[in-house]
Design a protein around this ligand. Structure first.
Ligand SMILES: N[C@@H](CCC(=O)N[C@@H](CS)C(=O)NCC(=O)O)C(=O)O
Length: 206
């Protein structure tokens, strides 16, 4: 099984962390986004959207990081990371969808303005977009912090795919200046995630 990724991609990181947490062996293939390798005909044949991650399992090609997480978990057999019981799984799924639909796109706005633009060509950040990103991330961070004030983990009282999915965009907390400094419960939870071997092993600085 091959997992196409880029070390700086938080979307790819959640798939890589999931494989590591589950102990599912995957061959990691780097697609260097900074060199435009996501736009080669070979890669576009795998994912016409030109984005990582992509998982290739035999003749089955799967895109979308949250779907890849669920697929890997199902492949590994019963796992507390992604419970089979209907309501328990729904509890995890709600955070996977929240991550995909709300949190990751919110962080992406600030990531783009404050980090990626600089990396790819030195375009200045657009203050209107920064303001929009600040507002979106602040709303999400408030929701997360309130939940984590009462819960050690996002779902089911233990580490699940929910935590991995939501935590990876926070890898840009410092470079994208995410407005999370005053969210003490969120930061404590993120500290617990950063202690995981799967987080350390997927650190782009390694
Ligand atoms: N919804 C997709 C988003 C994937 C995505 O946007 N990946 C970014 C890296 S974080 C990418 O490959 N960007 C390449 C580009 O925009 O050219 C997922 O969750 O997998």
């Amino acid at each position: 099984m091959r997992l196409y990724h880029f070390p700086l991609s938080s979307n790819a990181r959640r798939a890589r962390m999931t494989a590591l947490q589950l102990g599912v062996p995957v061959e990691e293939v780097v697609v260097d986004l900074s060199k435009g390798q996501q736009r080669t005909p070979e890669f576009l044949a795998l994912n016409p959207a030109g984005r990582v991650p992509v998982l290739v399992d035999g003749d089955f090609v799967l895109t979308e990081s949250h779907a890849i997480m669920a697929y890997l978990a199902d492949l590994s057999g019963p796992t507390p990371l992604y419970p089979a019981e209907r309501k328990e799984r729904a509890d995890v799924n709600r955070w996977l969808f929240w991550s995909a639909h709300h949190f990751t796109p919110a962080v992406s706005v600030l990531n783009w303005e404050r980090l990626v633009k600089g990396l790819i060509g030195g375009q200045p950040a657009d203050p209107k977009e920064e303001e929009r990103g600040e507002r979106l991330v602040t709303e999400c961070a408030r929701l997360l912090d309130d939940h984590l004030a009462k819960n050690e983990w996002l779902a089911q009282g233990r580490l699940t795919l929910a935590d991995i999915a939501v935590a990876t965009p926070l890898m840009s907390t410092v470079p994208a200046r995410l407005p999370v400094d005053d969210r003490r419960h969120l930061r404590a939870w993120f500290g617990r995630i950063q202690e995981l071997e799967s987080w350390k092993k997927t650190n782009p600085a390694r």
